[in-house]
Write a protein that binds this ligand. Structure first.
Ligand SMILES: [Zn+2]
Length: 163
């Protein structure tokens, strides 16, 4: 699992770039995508319970499966007025999460993407789990995306004013 920072940075970068073309990727929706990007890692609350001395992994590990995350995403989307759009943005974030996780060498044998239909794990073995270069790269890319989107937004405002 790349850390939360990487997941959030990648989700942000994606939205900032998509925002250059599609106005739907505004700040509130970008935040939804960023939240969606960490939903699968809610499973990490298990560490807090470990610390407190009670194991809950058996109950919560399905959160880090697409099916478990999908259920959480759906429940979260129900809290919003625009349920369908909230769901889609959260879902996009969730997809980026599993996309990133797939790049990893998972000691556990990969992500069981198609549970309960298929129990095999998937992974691309491109990045070691403890490789922090990916975090740094993702932060640099997020910063660049931020600068580009700001610049673009300013130019667009000027264009809108002059027409
Ligand atoms: Zn993960």
């Amino acid at each position: 699992m790349p850390d939360w920072i990487t997941h959030i940075a990648v989700a942000y970068t994606l939205c900032a770039l998509l925002g250059l073309k599609y106005k739907q990727f505004n700040t509130p929706n970008t935040v939804l995508v960023m939240i969606g990007a960490v939903i699968p890692d809610l499973v990490k609350v298990g560490m807090i319970f470990d610390y407190l001395g009670s194991g809950v992994w058996e109950y919560i590990w399905p959160l880090h499966l697409p099916i478990g995350s999908l259920i959480i995403t759906t429940i979260m989307a129900l809290l919003f007025k625009e349920k369908k759009s909230a769901f889609l943005f959260l879902l996009l974030g969730m997809v980026t999460h599993f996309g990133l996780d797939l790049l990893l060498e998972n000691v556990g044998g990969g992500i069981i993407l198609f549970y309960p239909f298929y129990w095999g794990g998937w992974q691309l073995n491109l990045v070691a789990t403890d490789d922090y270069h990916i975090t740094i790269i993702s932060l640099v890319l997020a910063l660049l995306a931020y600068l580009v989107s700001r610049r673009w937004g300013k130019n667009k405002q000027l264009n809108d004013l002059s027409t």
